[in-house]
Design a protein around this ligand. Sequence first.
Ligand code: FAD
Length: 535
Amino acid sequence: MLRITDLKLSLDHPESALKRAILEQLAIPESDLIGFNIFKRSYDARKKTAIILIYTIDVELKNESEALTRLNKQSNISATPDTSYKFVAHVHDNKFKRPIVIGFGPCGLFAALLLAEMGYRPIVLERGKTVRERTKDTWGLWRKRELHPESNVQFGEGGAGTFSDGKLYSQIKDPKHYGRKVITEFVKAGAPEEILYVSKPHIGTFRLVKMIEEMRHNIETLGGEIRFEQKVTDIDIKNGEVCGVRVNDGEYIESNHVVLAIGHSARDTFQMLYDKGVYIEAKPFSIGFRIEHPQSVIDKARFGPNAGNEILGAADYKLVHHAKNGRSVYSFCMCPGGTVVAATSEPGRVVTNGMSQYSRNERNANSAIVVGISPEDYPGNPLAGIDLQRKLEERAYKMGGESYNAPGQLIGDFIKGIKSTELGNVTPSYKPGVTLCNLADALPDFAINAIREAIPEFDKKIKGFAMNDGILTGIETRTSSPIRIKRTDDSLQSLNTKGLYPAGEGAGYAGGILSAGVDGIKIAEAVALSINADS
Ligand code: FAD
């Protein structure tokens, strides 16, 4: 196969134009072309009236080597690289103790899948419930204000991203194409095929639920075991090495290879690890609000007369502003045509996040607008960032009326610094509800000042962003983990605890579904190689 990159066509090109463009690029007659497929499709919407689609195409030809030699000066044509996944190890005897994977979010899921595929029969321990049961519990908070501390948006099969927009892009360096393995496995499990080629793929929450079940069955068929409602409450460490874990303060399971894929909300587990002496350090994270606008405002600002185009879908945005007080404000986890969701895992606290369905056809666009903070803002022990998160989440709970309502404010009122008393034209999507207030009381002054300065600046890029009736709801505190459980660069084991593999978002090694899945693959490889070296 050979690959053509940077093939540009107008947004409204007919299907036949793609084939014509390929033949033109390669200067070949149609009879030489065996077939082609789209590897990637993105768009350039800088000129709203003339939006361009940009393709990367893999082409099969009758005489590929001739074409490659003839076109070797054309920088956008080359041999298609092999991005298929190659296993690094296989079980060679059965004497090893089975590896344990703690947590069944995207990181644990891919660590377990890869270990199972290589024959290492992992045992997965997940504190939450199966994805179906968990869905009911999660809706319990959104509909009835009932929080299940062990089964919610953060905890349970599928991890934190299950009730999400299912965005699958990341800016991580991925020289070994692990991201392709993640996406390919998702498609095998039922994700729409287009995620293989669109530049900003997303799955939406309903499909994710089914896919996760499918992947669980796959792991089990390969000899893995997945146990739910199994919280790891202790880790047995002797002479700096992991020997096993204790579950729900009872059963002890022996293992010398324990993957810690616990996500960023397992605060009790972080504390347990810290108390056991596992090396942990504080890391920067961000705090802020969710912002909601009508999706039509964002579509119009981004796509002009092409708003509503089926190929472009609901528009997203990515914004950054460096405020005068030295803080950076940025948009994060933007969910086009989605809803704001209640995302706490602890009683008496309020946290917001966003999700959407595959169709992204809800009325509002939402995104976190957050300010970066770093350990200087929460000095103390490595877990001090968690104390700050809890303090802010408790304050938000109180401001919302102690009912799991989120505190909210109209954008115009927030900029003016006055309490909101009445909603305008935008209905907030957060369930169970929003209590109008003055959000200036919800976060430290530096964060409020930076966000207040940023919103009008963002309006210069997305017209309507500072609209009076848009809604802010609070608060966002779980943008990423407030700690890093450091690991070595080569063996990927904890700096001071052999056999413990800190992984994924909670350990500070991923931010998002795709990068967490990629990290799971890396960790599975490290575990497999270590087991083989030991046996
Ligand atoms: P998690 O997904 O957090 O999984 C950790 C798992 O470990 C959990 O299931 C938890 O129950 C379990 N666990 C914790 N402690 C223990 C213990 N002691 N014993 C046993 N099990 C334990 N990212 C995107 O890329 N795109 C999006 O569109 C997107 N939207 C999001 C929307 C929402 C509402 C949320 C909350 C997050 C969203 N994210 C999104 C972020 C994404 O979900 C996370 O980055 C990702 O899930 C991290 O994966 P992980 O496997 O490292 O951790």
